[in-house]
Ligand binder design. Sequence first.
Ligand code: SF4
Length: 171
Amino acid sequence: MEKILVSACLLGSQVRYDGNHNLIEHPVISRWKQEGRLIAVCPEVLGGLPTPRSPAEVQSRFPLLVTDRDGEDRTPQFLAGAELASDIAREHNCCCALMKARSPSCGNRSTYNGRFSGELVNLPGVTANELIREGRPVFNEEEIDQLIQFVESRDLPREAENSTRYATTCG
Ligand code: SF4
């Protein structure tokens, strides 16, 4: 069974900038958790930021600049977090990721535009971008049906392969 990288806050860890979490309750996610398929990471904490922390937004992509609401440059921590999260995904051979929507680290489709005004741009967060660049599909918590479909489409050939191997061994 292939593993899935998951934003730790979606599994209930209180690692959000405000010390809260974004727990999602879904029977398939709970089952995967029980089966040990989920690898939880919080890139911002991995990168060395404390919890709680001032919220950050991506200011520019080329070159990358991430600052928090107090104007502190958080680019090094965001880059370190992305690198470590992607190392972990590689180590566990994760087939894909389930990441928190709109986060400057984890957002897969959109992020806030850097002005702390609540407006979005259609660009991924720093870690999601790294995972996508490495060829790992990233889904967010609003795309769980697509995630399940993707994971099941990969599980089926493996199950078939295992049952063939079993039949050969037992035959
Ligand atoms: Fe959640 Fe990702 Fe933000 Fe950590 S960096 S709190 S995992 S959205």
